[in-house]
Design a protein around this ligand. Structure first.
Ligand code: 4NP
Length: 156
């Protein structure tokens, strides 16, 4: 059965497009591109149309991920289109939860932290926008772990 996953952060230019790029590559390597669809969106629309932040694109590129997503805000219709909506932090969880058209649709919302193991002391993926280079590397480490575990979970 086909599965679709939407990753959501605030601006849709750092964390969620990185998660999308990482997950897409993992899905391709696992030969599951025909059965798993990935996309990303933001709860803030101010960066709509933008490529991911150049610092994130550079850091991701060094790990072999090409981030070409164009930012877009999450919409209510996304609840129909996606099976899972994976948010990066509690603020985004609250915003996405408020958009959910029904309680049943709200059950599609997950926090990225639910897929951490070595990063389980973190309850969220920190926003790297105002951080230095280390912040981007930390986010990529977390997202690689979270996406790997998420892929295992949905492949079971
Ligand atoms: P993101 O990071 O939510 O990981 O895409 C941010 C990008 C932009 C802003 C905040 C966070 N901003 O305030 O413009």
């Amino acid at each position: 059965m086909k599965k679709s996953i939407l990753f959501v952060c605030l601006g849709n230019i750092c964390r969620s497009p990185a998660a999308e790029g990482i997950m897409r590559q993992m899905v391709e390597k696992a030969g599951q591109s025909d059965s798993i669809e990935v996309d990303s969106a933001g709860t803030y629309s101010g960066h709509a149309g933008d490529l991911p932040d150049v610092r994130m694109r550079r850091a991701a590129s060094k790990r072999g991920y090409d981030l070409v997503h164009r930012a877009r805000p999450i919409r209510e219709e996304d609840f129909e289109r996606f099976d899972m909506i994976v948010v990066m932090d509690d603020m985004n969880y609250e915003k996405v939860h408020r958009l959910a058209p029904s309680r049943r649709e709200a059950e599609k919302i997950f926090r990225m932290r639910e897929f951490f193991d070595t990063f389980s002391e973190w309850s969220y993926v920190p926003d790297p926008y105002y951080e230095g280079a280390d912040g981007f590397e930390l986010v990529l480490d977390m997202l690689e772990e979270g996406c790997r575990n998420l892929l295992t979970r949905i492949s079971e």
